[in-house]
Design a protein around this ligand. Sequence first.
Ligand code: HPA
Length: 271
Amino acid sequence: MSAPHDAAAVLRERAGGLAPRLGIVVGSGLGAVADAVTDAVVIPYADLPGFPRPTVAGHAGEAVLGRLGGVDVVVLRGRAHLYEGTAPEAVRVPVRTLRALGIETVVLTNAAGSLRPEVGPGRLMLIADHVNHSGINVLAGPNDDEWGPRFPPMGGAYDADLRAAVRAAAADEGVELAEGVYLAVLGPSFETPAEIRAFRVLGADAVGMSTVHETTVARHCGLRVVGISAITNLAEGMDDEPLSHEGTLASADDAAVDLARLLVRAAGDLA
Ligand code: HPA
């Protein structure tokens, strides 16, 4: 057995009667989403074979099984970032574990900087597509044919039908939702103003240090993907606020409340 199957076995054993149909990965400071889960069973990543040990403040490192908006879900609270020096395997395993559980749809969330002045801190952005500018593809290396093909396509990676469902849920909830392209850098340093100007030319609407890798692994193994960025700041050079991880976490709190409401409303349509 491989780590994803072993981890899925642990989750199944502890899930009681739950049969998760939706996976949700919550990013920096967005724990409010996990707090919205009812009948929660919490399993530390330390108990899940192959799962990362997050080293960054704001990333808890636990799986929360329970119910959200009437759907059985697994919320993965905390993720590995490649800037931590994490092996790509630690990014692949949690996503494949969701697949091994029989889940077909994953919601990937993150904290991000906005390149659009009108979409400021506290706002949510639905990810329409991404640019992987991190210099790393987590599928590099021998292909594991059990999970997917050597050359997975990435067109339509952020499922159009699911995006429509999220937009509808946002309208129902009165949550303002932008939509755009997420560009990933490796990090851990924030960007320079010149980089942000360059990324605007590349078509980016938001910038962050995660998500594209999980999307790549998810598409490889046939999971449908929804991506939502919580905007925590305007990108470097757009205002006079100095960027810091602490500032990011503080602004993520506001967006997390809307994000939790949005996902409670959308869960039934996404699963
Ligand atoms: N840049 C990169 N990652 C981020 C940012 C940013 O401005 N804000 C939150 N995560």
